[in-house]
Design a protein around this ligand. Structure first.
Ligand code: NAP
Length: 284
């Protein structure tokens, strides 16, 4: 479709941004529904968040996604903030209307939708979270709001796990070591790796995954590159159900698209359309 003055303009900003799946994913939705819209990636450094936000408002963008390193910066830069994003202290989706930017966060809702699709319910579940960075922060608080029975946060820097766990009612924190991994895993219904350990291009990986012998949990990794981390392949070898990060990525993207356009999508149908396309693109 030829772009014109009324074409909806959307974007994703980050640094690095080269490998973002968001332009592909949003373009698939745009094409599927024949919407007059474009979605572009922009490399924007951490000290340019405000410049981009002002430019997007001036140029009449409908909204934009933000990834590393902008999510925290945006909390103070947007004109208004959704209550959920304020609680998480991070913005990954900005909607622009009448020159005003409003910040949202779709990360936790994306993961919860992905888990629900796999018949896993957060309500009443015992959760084990590995990592206490930005993604873990949204997920822990989102799972708490969704009614998790307990959430155990394990982190290399235990003080960060303590701060995060104490920000919710049902949290406890532990230092990331083999003994604690086994103890937390033994009672967990869902385990989520929220660290980059095992990600392509990252030298560090889990040293010991024997804690997976002690659990019957659904095992999730936020990573989708590589398609199957050692963490997930070891879980699968033990007969555990697994989910990589693509499911969450797709659902958080669908939610963001709805926020940008005010169009309500059939999220599960959209997921079924996007999943094979994104999987094939990633595995090319
Ligand atoms: P972040 O804020 O930098 O946090 C990283 C976390 O990982 C921290 O808790 C850090 O521990 C821990 N960590 C890093 N290297 C480690 C190592 N070698 N050993 C042990 N722990 C280590 O990152 P983030 O934004 O939360 O992202 C985390 C992961 O989630 C990334 O792989 C990212 O790509 C992925 N992600 C995926 C999606 C999706 O849609 N699928 C969405 C968001 C994020 P310390 O506190 O001790 O430094």
């Amino acid at each position: 479709m030829e772009a014109g003055i009324k074409t909806l303009k959307m974007a994703v900003i980050g640094d690095p941004i080269d490998h973002s799946m968001s332009p592909f994913m949003h373009s698939c939705i745009i094409e599927e529904h024949g919407i007059d819209a474009v979605y572009l990636p922009f490399k924007v450094t951490g000290d340019e968040t405000g410049i981009f936000n002002d430019a997007a408002k001036y140029l009449g963008f409908s909204g934009y996604n933000a990834t590393m390193p902008h999510k925290v910066n945006l909390v103070d830069l947007v004109d208004e903030i959704d209550e959920e994003a304020a609680v998480y202290g991070a913005v990954n989706t900005v909607r622009i209307r009448d020159g005003k930017a409003k910040g949202f966060n779709t990360d936790a809702r994306g993961l919860i939708a992905a888990l629900n699709r796999r018949d896993a319910d957060i309500k009443g579940s015992d959760i084990m979270i590995i990592g206490a960075g930005g993604a873990a922060g949204s997920i822990v608080r989102g799972f708490d709001r969704a009614g998790a029975a307990s959430i155990t946060v394990l982190n290399r820097t235990v003080s960060k796990a303590e701060t995060l766990a104490s920000s919710i009612g049902s949290g406890r924190s532990m230092l990331l070591n083999n003994e604690n991994l086994s103890e937390a895993a033994s009672s967990a219904d869902i385990i989520v790796n929220c660290t980059p350990m095992g990600m392509s291009g990252m030298a560090q990986d889990f040293e010991d995954l024997s804690f997976l012998d002690d659990t019957r949990a659904l095992v999730c990794d936020l990573i989708y590159n590589p398609w199957e981390t050692r963490f997930l392949s070891e879980a699968e070898k033990r007969g555990l159900k697994t989910m990589n990060g693509l499911d969450m990525l797709i659902f958080q993207g669908i939610l963001a698209f709805e926020i940008f356009t005010d169009i309500t999508l059939d999220k599960n149908a959209e997921f079924e359309m996007l999943y094979p396309l994104c999987r094939d693109k990633l595995n090319k």
